[in-house]
Design a protein around this ligand. Sequence first.
Ligand SMILES: Nc1ncnc2c1ncn2[C@@H]1O[C@H](COP(=O)(O)OP(=O)(O)OP(=O)(O)O)[C@@H](O)[C@H]1O
Ligand SMILES: [Mg+2]
Length: 488
Amino acid sequence: MRNSIGKILGTASAFEFEFAITNPKNVRRGNYIKVWNDIDGWIIAQISEILALDNPKIAEVTKKREVFVAKARVIGKREEGKLKMPSSPFVPGENVYIAEDSSIAETLGFEKEGIYLGLLGETGVRVNLNPNSLQKHVCILAKTGSGKSYTAGVIIEELLDRDIPLLIIDPHGEYISLKRPNKIKDNEFGIQPKGYAEKIVVYAPPISPFAREADKILSLESKNLSPEELIELSNLRSPSAQALLYQSVRDLENYTISDIIKELEKIKHNGKWTLIGALSKIEQSGLFKERATDMREFLHRGKASLIDFRGIDPPYQALIVSQIASKVFELRKRGEVEPGIIVVEEAHNFIPEREKTVATNILRSIASEGRKFGLGLIVISQRPAKVDKNVISQCNTQIIMRVTNPNDINAIKKSVEGITSEMVKEIKRLAPGYAVLVSPEIDVPIVVKVRTRKSAYDGGFATLNKEEKSTERREREKKGFLKRLLKF
Ligand SMILES: Nc1ncnc2c1ncn2[C@@H]1O[C@H](COP(=O)(O)OP(=O)(O)OP(=O)(O)O)[C@@H](O)[C@H]1O
Ligand SMILES: [Mg+2]
């Protein structure tokens, strides 16, 4: 047994207690500790706070001039697969010890194998999650730069290692770097570098400036775009133009955009030309084809289909998400694609809290019904307050990284079940790469130090790796130097 780190003080209950720390150098907030309970045996607790006090009575216990007292929150012990709180209080004077990794893992009920997210706080305990529970939706929320996309990448790697089909909506093309192995050698997490080039298929719409870099071009059915979708794409705000559109579509069946234009040409109304111009622009985008991409491809065992949205206008992004998600959900219901997960990065753009986009309804439906059909969601957002609460509250697993904005904190309090005020304090001061995890598999919220990635992460600059970035910088510097030389 390790040496005691302190002794229980004063009035202790079965849920919390305070103890005088005998060796402050080895004790930190968040440490998992264990204490003997006369009725229930060894019990695990966690240090929630450490205070420095001026108290001669406690100084007698610690035999030190400075007095440090820790507040501990009892976690309990695992009995017959369930976490149980002790039935009697702790006895003042009882010794407190740092808990061993094995007893922490057992008490919290971590899986031996599973989605390896990282380590439990500063311990060596691996946090593994059951892949099935991720299919019941995950949200990753945090302020910008806290590590959301990095963490989503960690989960994607784990899912790809298990060949779970994925569809990734990638507004910044920042998941393309998953193709390449990480260059960093890492021992703390026991991770080996690995790239996923064979498993990732990058799609870009023909309107994308990055279409040539993509593995495949994405095109959508040219038939039966609804007036709402056409209004969204053309940004037509004039009520008379909108009315004309509805009028021309009313009697059409199985129509293309050129069928609508032909209908409009027959109508006598001067306002029709703006509408025809707007529709022609959509038609010429090349996104809509008679032979569209077969959406059965999108959820395929051992593959991640990545939709690269760099350089695509937001209304086109929302329409593409809406069409793909609707089709994939329909195919999943009919059993024509395998169970899988859709990853939605920058989710506030597709499912905003206030206004709707054309993708809102289908993403809400997947959030509420997807789990029945084996279609999961991973939603990622930097503005918890600005993302649809209907979707967030459907997420079983919540990964919350640093958040400081009061509106975002309130949104998290409202939509994350079981979040305590202690955890809210923790969320405000998390360092980058650390997350609070709330999961149905673990009885208490925990802090996870997210593991290093196996694959490269360029933080939103997927096309430029470090060497390319420095070559680019050198080129820029060379140009600047030549300019100055010429001026001279
Ligand atoms: N677990 C981690 N280990 C090592 N580095 C990390 C970790 N998490 C994040 N980082 C680093 O922190 C930085 C920010 O991470 P990331 O880009 O994932 O933040 P984000 O929350 O997605 O930000 P944004 O809102 O701007 O998209 C990156 O440079 C990333 O490499
Ligand atoms: Mg990000």
